[in-house]
Write a protein that binds this ligand. Structure first.
Ligand code: KG4
Ligand code: ZN
Length: 353
Protein backbone atom coordinates (compact mmCIF):
# COMPACT_ATOMS: atom_id res chain seq x y z
CA UNK A 1 0.00 0.00 0.00
CA UNK A 2 2.87 2.38 0.70
CA UNK A 3 2.82 5.92 2.01
CA UNK A 4 -0.20 8.09 1.27
CA UNK A 5 -0.64 11.79 1.97
CA UNK A 6 -4.23 12.58 2.97
CA UNK A 7 -5.77 16.06 2.82
CA UNK A 8 -9.05 17.01 4.50
CA UNK A 9 -10.75 20.41 4.42
CA UNK A 10 -14.47 19.70 4.05
CA UNK A 11 -15.66 21.82 6.96
CA UNK A 12 -13.76 23.75 9.63
CA UNK A 13 -10.65 21.64 10.10
CA UNK A 14 -7.60 21.97 7.85
CA UNK A 15 -5.90 18.60 8.07
CA UNK A 16 -3.08 16.63 6.48
CA UNK A 17 -1.67 13.23 7.39
CA UNK A 18 0.74 10.58 6.21
CA UNK A 19 -0.37 6.98 6.64
CA UNK A 20 1.61 3.83 5.92
CA UNK A 21 -0.16 0.82 4.44
CA UNK A 22 -3.61 2.27 5.08
CA UNK A 23 -3.36 1.91 8.87
CA UNK A 24 -0.20 3.21 10.47
CA UNK A 25 -0.57 6.92 11.18
CA UNK A 26 2.88 8.50 10.82
CA UNK A 27 1.53 12.02 11.25
CA UNK A 28 -1.85 13.66 11.57
CA UNK A 29 -1.99 17.44 11.72
CA UNK A 30 -5.31 19.16 12.37
CA UNK A 31 -5.57 22.96 12.35
CA UNK A 32 -8.88 23.59 14.04
CA UNK A 33 -10.89 26.71 13.27
CA UNK A 34 -13.21 26.22 16.27
CA UNK A 35 -12.07 29.46 17.92
CA UNK A 36 -12.79 31.47 14.74
CA UNK A 37 -16.36 30.16 14.51
CA UNK A 38 -17.19 30.09 18.22
CA UNK A 39 -18.49 33.71 18.36
CA UNK A 40 -21.04 32.76 15.68
CA UNK A 41 -22.05 29.50 17.44
CA UNK A 42 -21.58 27.60 14.18
CA UNK A 43 -19.37 27.36 11.11
CA UNK A 44 -19.32 30.46 8.87
CA UNK A 45 -18.45 29.18 5.35
CA UNK A 46 -16.60 32.30 4.22
CA UNK A 47 -14.42 32.36 7.33
CA UNK A 48 -13.80 28.63 6.91
CA UNK A 49 -12.52 28.85 3.33
CA UNK A 50 -10.29 31.82 4.05
CA UNK A 51 -8.77 30.05 7.02
CA UNK A 52 -8.20 26.88 4.95
CA UNK A 53 -6.33 29.03 2.41
CA UNK A 54 -4.01 30.33 5.12
CA UNK A 55 -3.46 26.95 6.77
CA UNK A 56 -3.34 24.39 3.98
CA UNK A 57 0.30 24.68 2.90
CA UNK A 58 1.80 24.84 6.43
CA UNK A 59 -0.44 21.93 7.44
CA UNK A 60 0.77 19.73 4.56
CA UNK A 61 4.37 20.69 5.28
CA UNK A 62 3.93 19.87 8.97
CA UNK A 63 2.42 16.46 8.15
CA UNK A 64 5.37 15.55 5.92
CA UNK A 65 7.87 16.86 8.42
CA UNK A 66 6.34 15.05 11.40
CA UNK A 67 6.21 11.80 9.40
CA UNK A 68 9.80 12.39 8.22
CA UNK A 69 8.68 11.60 4.72
CA UNK A 70 9.70 13.47 1.59
CA UNK A 71 7.25 13.89 -1.31
CA UNK A 72 9.28 11.52 -3.45
CA UNK A 73 8.77 8.68 -0.94
CA UNK A 74 4.97 8.96 -1.21
CA UNK A 75 2.98 6.48 -3.27
CA UNK A 76 -0.14 8.62 -3.64
CA UNK A 77 -2.32 11.51 -2.55
CA UNK A 78 -5.91 11.36 -1.30
CA UNK A 79 -8.18 14.36 -0.81
CA UNK A 80 -11.74 14.79 0.42
CA UNK A 81 -13.92 15.76 -2.54
CA UNK A 82 -17.37 15.41 -0.94
CA UNK A 83 -19.57 16.23 0.91
CA UNK A 84 -18.81 19.52 2.61
CA UNK A 85 -18.73 23.29 2.21
CA UNK A 86 -17.94 24.26 -1.36
CA UNK A 87 -15.18 26.78 -0.61
CA UNK A 88 -13.63 24.55 2.02
CA UNK A 89 -13.59 21.47 -0.21
CA UNK A 90 -12.07 23.47 -3.07
CA UNK A 91 -9.06 24.56 -1.04
CA UNK A 92 -8.00 21.06 0.06
CA UNK A 93 -8.80 19.39 -3.25
CA UNK A 94 -6.93 22.07 -5.22
CA UNK A 95 -3.89 21.84 -2.95
CA UNK A 96 -3.92 18.05 -3.31
CA UNK A 97 -4.11 18.30 -7.10
CA UNK A 98 -1.23 20.77 -7.22
CA UNK A 99 0.84 18.54 -4.95
CA UNK A 100 0.09 15.41 -6.98
CA UNK A 101 0.87 17.20 -10.25
CA UNK A 102 4.13 18.65 -8.95
CA UNK A 103 5.38 15.34 -7.57
CA UNK A 104 3.81 13.17 -10.29
CA UNK A 105 1.80 11.12 -7.84
CA UNK A 106 -1.49 9.28 -8.39
CA UNK A 107 -4.46 10.94 -6.71
CA UNK A 108 -7.85 9.71 -5.47
CA UNK A 109 -10.92 11.74 -4.50
CA UNK A 110 -12.29 10.50 -1.19
CA UNK A 111 -15.79 10.62 0.27
CA UNK A 112 -15.68 12.14 3.76
CA UNK A 113 -18.36 9.81 5.18
CA UNK A 114 -16.63 6.73 3.77
CA UNK A 115 -13.42 7.97 5.39
CA UNK A 116 -15.14 8.32 8.79
CA UNK A 117 -16.25 4.69 8.44
CA UNK A 118 -12.80 3.53 7.34
CA UNK A 119 -11.27 5.10 10.48
CA UNK A 120 -12.91 2.35 12.54
CA UNK A 121 -10.84 -0.23 10.64
CA UNK A 122 -7.51 1.51 11.23
CA UNK A 123 -6.97 0.12 14.73
CA UNK A 124 -6.79 -3.33 16.27
CA UNK A 125 -6.75 -6.73 14.60
CA UNK A 126 -8.60 -7.20 11.32
CA UNK A 127 -12.30 -7.68 11.95
CA UNK A 128 -15.10 -9.65 10.39
CA UNK A 129 -16.98 -7.96 7.56
CA UNK A 130 -19.74 -7.22 6.57
CA UNK A 131 -20.35 -4.87 9.46
CA UNK A 132 -23.04 -2.50 10.50
CA UNK A 133 -21.65 1.05 10.42
CA UNK A 134 -22.90 4.22 12.10
CA UNK A 135 -21.65 7.66 11.13
CA UNK A 136 -22.64 10.42 13.55
CA UNK A 137 -21.06 13.77 12.77
CA UNK A 138 -21.94 17.44 12.59
CA UNK A 139 -23.28 17.11 9.06
CA UNK A 140 -24.45 13.50 8.80
CA UNK A 141 -26.05 10.71 10.74
CA UNK A 142 -26.64 7.45 8.89
CA UNK A 143 -26.39 3.68 9.15
CA UNK A 144 -24.75 1.48 6.54
CA UNK A 145 -24.43 -2.18 5.73
CA UNK A 146 -20.67 -2.21 5.24
CA UNK A 147 -19.26 -4.97 3.04
CA UNK A 148 -15.80 -3.46 2.73
CA UNK A 149 -14.25 0.01 2.53
CA UNK A 150 -15.34 0.37 -1.09
CA UNK A 151 -18.79 -1.21 -0.92
CA UNK A 152 -21.54 -0.26 1.47
CA UNK A 153 -25.19 0.51 1.34
CA UNK A 154 -27.20 3.04 3.35
CA UNK A 155 -29.89 1.51 5.54
CA UNK A 156 -31.23 4.71 7.05
CA UNK A 157 -30.34 8.29 7.88
CA UNK A 158 -31.58 11.28 9.80
CA UNK A 159 -34.80 12.91 8.70
CA UNK A 160 -33.71 16.31 9.96
CA UNK A 161 -30.70 17.42 12.02
CA UNK A 162 -27.51 15.38 12.22
CA UNK A 163 -26.63 14.14 15.71
CA UNK A 164 -23.69 16.54 16.09
CA UNK A 165 -25.79 19.41 14.79
CA UNK A 166 -28.34 18.66 17.54
CA UNK A 167 -25.57 18.68 20.16
CA UNK A 168 -24.38 22.02 18.79
CA UNK A 169 -27.87 23.57 18.70
CA UNK A 170 -28.83 22.34 22.16
CA UNK A 171 -25.54 23.67 23.54
CA UNK A 172 -26.33 27.05 21.95
CA UNK A 173 -29.82 27.06 23.52
CA UNK A 174 -28.30 26.26 26.91
CA UNK A 175 -25.56 28.89 26.48
CA UNK A 176 -22.78 26.30 26.55
CA UNK A 177 -20.79 27.50 23.54
CA UNK A 178 -19.47 25.90 20.35
CA UNK A 179 -18.68 23.11 19.53
CA UNK A 180 -21.59 21.80 21.52
CA UNK A 181 -20.82 18.09 21.77
CA UNK A 182 -17.84 18.32 24.14
CA UNK A 183 -19.56 21.14 26.11
CA UNK A 184 -22.71 19.09 26.68
CA UNK A 185 -20.71 16.02 27.59
CA UNK A 186 -18.72 18.06 30.13
CA UNK A 187 -21.67 19.60 32.00
CA UNK A 188 -23.73 16.38 31.82
CA UNK A 189 -20.98 14.23 33.28
CA UNK A 190 -22.32 12.23 36.23
CA UNK A 191 -25.70 14.06 36.16
CA UNK A 192 -28.93 12.04 36.36
CA UNK A 193 -30.86 12.56 33.09
CA UNK A 194 -34.19 11.31 34.45
CA UNK A 195 -35.51 14.55 36.01
CA UNK A 196 -35.24 16.21 32.57
CA UNK A 197 -37.73 13.64 31.24
CA UNK A 198 -36.70 14.04 27.60
CA UNK A 199 -38.16 11.16 25.61
CA UNK A 200 -36.13 9.05 23.19
CA UNK A 201 -37.28 9.95 19.64
CA UNK A 202 -39.41 7.53 17.65
CA UNK A 203 -39.30 7.67 13.87
CA UNK A 204 -41.90 6.24 11.52
CA UNK A 205 -40.24 6.90 8.14
CA UNK A 206 -38.12 3.75 8.23
CA UNK A 207 -36.83 1.26 10.80
CA UNK A 208 -33.30 2.60 10.68
CA UNK A 209 -33.95 6.33 10.32
CA UNK A 210 -33.12 8.93 12.95
CA UNK A 211 -34.59 12.23 14.06
CA UNK A 212 -32.94 14.74 16.38
CA UNK A 213 -34.84 17.99 15.82
CA UNK A 214 -37.58 17.05 18.34
CA UNK A 215 -34.93 16.76 21.05
CA UNK A 216 -33.72 20.26 20.27
CA UNK A 217 -37.30 21.57 20.42
CA UNK A 218 -37.89 19.77 23.72
CA UNK A 219 -34.91 21.58 25.22
CA UNK A 220 -35.91 24.91 23.68
CA UNK A 221 -39.40 24.70 25.22
CA UNK A 222 -37.88 24.23 28.68
CA UNK A 223 -35.93 27.44 28.18
CA UNK A 224 -38.61 29.39 26.32
CA UNK A 225 -42.00 27.70 26.91
CA UNK A 226 -44.49 28.03 24.02
CA UNK A 227 -46.23 31.39 24.26
CA UNK A 228 -43.70 32.83 26.71
CA UNK A 229 -42.05 36.12 25.77
CA UNK A 230 -38.89 35.77 27.75
CA UNK A 231 -36.40 33.01 28.31
CA UNK A 232 -36.46 31.40 31.76
CA UNK A 233 -33.34 31.89 33.81
CA UNK A 234 -31.87 28.43 34.35
CA UNK A 235 -29.62 27.57 37.24
CA UNK A 236 -26.40 25.71 36.56
CA UNK A 237 -27.94 22.54 37.89
CA UNK A 238 -31.03 22.90 35.65
CA UNK A 239 -28.73 23.38 32.64
CA UNK A 240 -26.76 20.28 33.60
CA UNK A 241 -29.96 18.23 33.99
CA UNK A 242 -31.28 19.34 30.59
CA UNK A 243 -27.91 18.63 28.96
CA UNK A 244 -27.86 15.16 30.55
CA UNK A 245 -31.47 14.51 29.51
CA UNK A 246 -30.76 15.51 25.92
CA UNK A 247 -27.53 13.52 25.76
CA UNK A 248 -29.18 10.43 27.21
CA UNK A 249 -32.09 10.56 24.72
CA UNK A 250 -29.79 11.20 21.72
CA UNK A 251 -27.44 8.37 22.71
CA UNK A 252 -30.30 5.93 23.39
CA UNK A 253 -31.82 6.79 20.01
CA UNK A 254 -28.56 6.04 18.16
CA UNK A 255 -27.81 2.91 20.19
CA UNK A 256 -31.30 1.38 19.87
CA UNK A 257 -31.44 1.86 16.10
CA UNK A 258 -27.87 0.69 15.54
CA UNK A 259 -28.42 -2.48 17.56
CA UNK A 260 -31.76 -3.16 15.82
CA UNK A 261 -30.07 -2.83 12.42
CA UNK A 262 -27.21 -5.11 13.47
CA UNK A 263 -29.74 -7.76 14.54
CA UNK A 264 -31.80 -7.35 11.37
CA UNK A 265 -28.74 -7.75 9.13
CA UNK A 266 -27.00 -10.37 11.24
CA UNK A 267 -23.84 -8.25 11.50
CA UNK A 268 -21.22 -9.42 14.00
CA UNK A 269 -19.18 -6.22 13.79
CA UNK A 270 -20.24 -2.64 14.48
CA UNK A 271 -18.20 0.30 13.19
CA UNK A 272 -18.79 3.80 14.51
CA UNK A 273 -17.28 7.05 13.23
CA UNK A 274 -17.72 10.81 13.13
CA UNK A 275 -17.22 13.49 15.77
CA UNK A 276 -20.15 12.34 17.93
CA UNK A 277 -18.39 8.98 18.32
CA UNK A 278 -16.04 10.84 20.71
CA UNK A 279 -18.96 10.88 23.17
CA UNK A 280 -18.16 8.69 26.12
CA UNK A 281 -21.77 7.85 26.95
CA UNK A 282 -22.34 6.64 23.38
CA UNK A 283 -19.16 4.57 23.47
CA UNK A 284 -20.11 2.97 26.79
CA UNK A 285 -23.75 2.40 25.82
CA UNK A 286 -22.76 0.63 22.60
CA UNK A 287 -20.06 -1.37 24.39
CA UNK A 288 -22.56 -2.70 26.92
CA UNK A 289 -25.09 -3.47 24.16
CA UNK A 290 -22.49 -5.40 22.13
CA UNK A 291 -20.91 -7.35 25.01
CA UNK A 292 -23.67 -9.94 25.74
CA UNK A 293 -23.69 -11.24 22.15
CA UNK A 294 -19.95 -10.88 21.66
CA UNK A 295 -20.29 -8.34 18.84
CA UNK A 296 -17.03 -6.70 17.78
CA UNK A 297 -17.48 -2.97 18.40
CA UNK A 298 -14.96 -0.73 16.66
CA UNK A 299 -14.92 2.91 17.66
CA UNK A 300 -11.62 4.62 16.84
CA UNK A 301 -9.71 6.76 19.29
CA UNK A 302 -11.23 10.27 19.46
CA UNK A 303 -8.53 11.80 17.23
CA UNK A 304 -9.69 9.49 14.42
CA UNK A 305 -13.40 10.14 15.10
CA UNK A 306 -13.48 13.90 14.64
CA UNK A 307 -12.39 15.35 11.32
CA UNK A 308 -8.83 14.38 10.43
CA UNK A 309 -6.81 13.52 7.33
CA UNK A 310 -5.47 10.15 8.53
CA UNK A 311 -8.84 8.57 7.74
CA UNK A 312 -8.69 10.15 4.27
CA UNK A 313 -5.17 8.83 3.66
CA UNK A 314 -6.21 5.40 4.99
CA UNK A 315 -9.20 5.05 2.71
CA UNK A 316 -7.19 6.61 -0.13
CA UNK A 317 -4.61 3.84 0.26
CA UNK A 318 -7.34 1.19 0.04
CA UNK A 319 -8.74 2.87 -3.08
CA UNK A 320 -5.32 3.15 -4.74
CA UNK A 321 -4.72 -0.49 -3.90
CA UNK A 322 -7.96 -1.41 -5.63
CA UNK A 323 -6.67 0.33 -8.76
CA UNK A 324 -8.66 3.52 -8.47
CA UNK A 325 -7.23 6.74 -9.86
CA UNK A 326 -8.78 10.13 -10.42
CA UNK A 327 -7.54 12.63 -12.94
CA UNK A 328 -6.44 16.07 -11.86
CA UNK A 329 -9.72 17.56 -13.03
CA UNK A 330 -11.86 15.68 -10.54
CA UNK A 331 -14.79 17.79 -9.32
CA UNK A 332 -15.93 18.43 -5.78
CA UNK A 333 -19.50 17.59 -4.75
CA UNK A 334 -20.63 19.71 -1.78
CA UNK A 335 -23.88 17.72 -1.35
CA UNK A 336 -22.13 14.45 -2.06
CA UNK A 337 -23.10 11.81 -4.58
CA UNK A 338 -23.72 8.24 -3.52
CA UNK A 339 -20.25 6.73 -3.61
CA UNK A 340 -20.53 3.02 -3.79
CA UNK A 341 -23.45 0.66 -4.22
CA UNK A 342 -23.21 -3.02 -3.57
CA UNK A 343 -24.71 -3.51 -7.01
CA UNK A 344 -22.01 -1.52 -8.85
CA UNK A 345 -20.21 -3.79 -11.31
CA UNK A 346 -16.69 -2.65 -10.54
CA UNK A 347 -15.19 -0.53 -7.81
CA UNK A 348 -13.66 1.85 -10.35
CA UNK A 349 -16.73 4.07 -10.54
CA UNK A 350 -14.95 7.08 -9.13
CA UNK A 351 -15.31 8.75 -12.54
CA UNK A 352 -18.44 10.65 -11.86
CA UNK A 353 -20.82 12.33 -14.28
O1 KG4 B 1 -17.02 14.49 12.26
P1 KG4 B 1 -16.90 15.88 12.76
O2 KG4 B 1 -15.61 16.29 13.41
O3 KG4 B 1 -17.19 16.91 11.63
C1 KG4 B 1 -18.18 16.69 10.66
O4 KG4 B 1 -17.93 15.92 9.71
O5 KG4 B 1 -19.28 17.24 10.88
O6 KG4 B 1 -18.11 16.10 13.79
C2 KG4 B 1 -18.28 17.31 14.46
C3 KG4 B 1 -19.47 17.15 15.39
C4 KG4 B 1 -19.86 18.48 16.05
O7 KG4 B 1 -21.24 18.66 15.86
C5 KG4 B 1 -19.51 18.23 17.50
O8 KG4 B 1 -20.35 18.93 18.41
C6 KG4 B 1 -19.68 16.75 17.64
O9 KG4 B 1 -19.17 16.23 16.44
N1 KG4 B 1 -18.94 16.21 18.78
C7 KG4 B 1 -19.52 15.58 19.82
C8 KG4 B 1 -18.48 15.30 20.74
N2 KG4 B 1 -17.29 15.75 20.21
C9 KG4 B 1 -17.60 16.29 19.00
N3 KG4 B 1 -20.78 15.26 20.06
C10 KG4 B 1 -21.06 14.65 21.23
N4 KG4 B 1 -20.14 14.36 22.16
C11 KG4 B 1 -18.83 14.67 21.96
N5 KG4 B 1 -17.92 14.38 22.89
ZN1 ZN C 1 -16.62 14.63 9.56
Amino acid sequence: MGLVLGIESSCDETAAAVVRDGREVLSSIVASQAALHAPFRGVVPEIASRSHLREIVPTIEAALEQARVSPRELTGVAATSQPGLVGSLLVGASAAKAFAWLHELPIVAVDHIAAHLYAALMEGAPTQLPALALVASGGHTALYYYKNPLEFEMLGCTNDDAAGEAFDKVAAILGLGYPGGPAIERVAFGVDPKPAAIAVPRVSSGPFDFSFSGLKTAVRYRVLPPGAKEKRHLTESEIATLAAGFQHAAVEHMALITMAAARARGARTILVGGGVACNDLLRKRLASACAPDGLDLRIPRPALCSDNAAMVAGLGAAMLDAGRRDDLGFPIYPSGVPQVHSSSPAPAEVRRP
